[in-house]
Design a protein. Sequence first.
Length: 70
Amino acid sequence: RCKKIDLRCFTDTTLGRCARCIAVGAKCSLFLPDVETQFTSLEKRKKRLALARLEAATAQARVELLEVED
């Protein structure tokens, strides 16, 4: 779609689709090669892992706070 109407394609790596197409609700003809798809999967995994670590740290801080309050 972007190539047809001479627009620059902005890939949303989390969805693997063109952000412009998503914004206007158009059918996206973008195809991410397997390498890029693997990269986005790795990116998602890293972010999920970082989130899990933050949640664990928050839980630990809550436990420590409860121990002090007792």
